[in-house]
Design a protein around this ligand. Sequence first.
Ligand SMILES: NC(=O)c1ccc[n+]([C@@H]2O[C@H](COP(=O)([O-])OP(=O)(O)OC[C@H]3O[C@@H](n4cnc5c(N)ncnc54)[C@H](O)[C@@H]3O)[C@@H](O)[C@H]2O)c1
Length: 248
Amino acid sequence: MDLELKDKTAIVTGSARGLGAATARRLAQEGARVVVTDIDGEGAEATAKELAGLGHRAIAVRADITSGADVDGLVAAAEEFGGVDILVNNAGFPRDTLLTKMTDTDWDSVIEVILKGSFLVTRAVMPQLIERRWGRVVNISSRSYLGNPGQANYSSAKAGILGFTRALAAEQGRYGITVNAVAPGFMETEAVRSLDHYEKIREKAVAAQPLRRTGQPEDIADAVAFLASERASFITGETLHVTGGRFG
Ligand SMILES: NC(=O)c1ccc[n+]([C@@H]2O[C@H](COP(=O)([O-])OP(=O)(O)OC[C@H]3O[C@@H](n4cnc5c(N)ncnc54)[C@H](O)[C@@H]3O)[C@@H](O)[C@H]2O)c1
């Protein structure tokens, strides 16, 4: 299946490592030019260097997506590739704790990066997508949008991402722009492996997933690449669960 991603330009936020890096790799393999961006500038450089070493076109931009000035710099840097066609809003993190112990910072930092960050980057690239009457926005939500104990902040942000996705799909469809979300389940990334009690969490997650394995970053990368492609041109406002069959 030809995804027709050759010579499209994609920004993938939070792509220094984990799901974002795997997505950047996948899009590059399909011939897209990739702007690898992360608050971790060195990590972004390393990912972009790896891709360039494989003969792909990639640049690294250090940007904190919660900073308007950084986001402006990111969009300006993408001009090197002639502007943006595809945006993957992937950067995000949990700060898990029970509500009664949740600090203002636990709440604000998660909402700020996931919701405000996705808003700022999307708002900055949308005029270009509208102008070329073609665009793809893929937002990384989480199965946690369904509501997990200890994740009032993260579940709220990831549920908010689905509202953001549907609102933009309704708003921008007339310009040939699709906006979809991917909701990953338990995926094995560095971030997840560094959790306390990782092995126990992993065992429980595998048992709860009908496909009885953990998700790999490439599972998300494949889903994102499909939604970013020409093959998904009649799909918008959708949430693709990549959870090994787990919904509850
Ligand atoms: N790994 C999982 O099991 C899982 C499950 C569901 C959803 N997700 C979501 O997928 C996304 C990627 O997760 P991951 O496991 O690869 O995490 P990760 O921590 O490996 O990657 C996230 C990246 O985002 C970057 N980042 C954080 N704040 C930023 C900011 N303000 N500006 C720019 N970059 C910033 C980090 O530096 C990091 O490189 C996140 O949104 C996460 O919530 C992950």
